[in-house]
Design a protein around this ligand. Structure first.
Ligand code: BV8
Length: 244
């Protein structure tokens, strides 16, 4: 039995006012109005041209390191050119006005919540602007800077640099995931913004929470059935009015 019903922004605004602990669970749609393509929008999604298995996995990187590295470079350059949107800024401003009342849990790797000024962002899938060693680094790897290349590598042993993101089939960072699970369990309201709800364990947080679930999404998502209210609209248009 679906709990979701067409949501009324005024009612949700009252829920926000009454909530002591709020979690925002965001996905790629949170950054769409900043100009960052989402993963699954058919015409523009990052996966429209490729399937996730082809690119966002360790196997894909080991098989075609330059191809995958170049795809991340392209995304890194795009993210570097965009700005947080009114939705990111509304969340950060709310956190400034009400310290400790709202936690951001994001699936996004673009760093836009952090750049908008949100403190303590729980980035479940890492960050695209950083990279790390593909294999555990040896003394030679850390002795000198990686050799330039696509991807860069250790001049001595050939260990490759890889994007510091969580690929499919990889465990999420334990600290961030535990903190996100704790926040979801303790909150009395969860705003699920801009996610198709396809990727786990992140999407599972919206099903595990004790709090009311509100979805902010212009389209249907896999989490609509778990929602107490669905606001059919975009992050930048709706969040400023909800988070006063
Ligand atoms: C794990 C980083 C345990 C990389 C990402 C087989 C083997 C192993 C695991 C699995 C398996 N089969 C399934 C799994 C689990 C798997 C999974 O969930 N697969 C899915 C595809 C079924 N999960 C994992 O592998 C996770 N790890 O389970 O570890 C384990 C370990 C070993 C062995 C077994 C188990 C790791 C998942 C993390 C993957 N990394 N990102 C990179 O970015 O390159 S996920 C990637 O998808 C992004 O992080 C993205 O955020 C995320 C989810 O997508 P969304 O954010 O929801 O984006 P999407 O485009 O789908 O939706 C956008 C939404 O926004 C839409 O609804 C749209 O309507 C809306 N929208 C559009 N515009 C706006 C808007 N909303 C508001 N405003 C707007 N303006």
């Amino acid at each position: 039995m679906s709990r979701s019903r067409a949501g009324d922004p005024a009612a949700v605004r009252d829920w926000v006012r009454a909530a002591r602990r709020i979690v925002v669970l965001s996905g790629a749609g949170m950054s769409a109005e900043s100009g960052v393509p989402t993963f699954r929008d058919a015409q523009t999604g990052l996966w429209a041209k490729f399937r996730p298995e082809e690119l966002a996995t360790e196997e894909a990187f080991r098989a075609r390191p330059q191809f995958v590295w170049d795809w991340y470079l392209l995304r890194r350059e795009m993210v570097a050119k965009v700005e947080p949107n009114a939705g990111h800024r509304a969340i950060a401003a709310f956190q400034q006005r009400h310290p400790g009342r709202l936690a951001v849990v994001t699936q996004n790797v673009d760093g836009l919540h952090q750049r908008a000024g949100s403190p303590g962002v729980l980035a479940l899938h890492g960050g695209i602007m950083e990279d790390q060693w593909l294999d555990p680094p040896r003394a030679c790897c850390t002795a000198s800077p990686p050799q330039a290349g696509r991807p860069p590598r250790c001049a001595a042993c050939g260990n490759l640099r890889r994007p510091a993101v969580v690929w499919f089939g990889e465990m999420l960072p334990a600290r961030e995931l535990a903190a996100a699970e704790e926040a979801a369990a303790a909150c009395d309201l969860m705003l699920v913004v801009g996610t198709s709800g396809v990727v786990y364990p992140a999407a599972g947080l919206a099903r595990a929470t004790r709090g009311r679930v509100v979805i902010v999404n212009p389209h249907e998502s896999d989490l609509d059935d778990a929602a107490d209210a669905v606001l059919r609209g975009t992050a930048a248009a709706l969040l400023p009015g909800l988070l006063e």
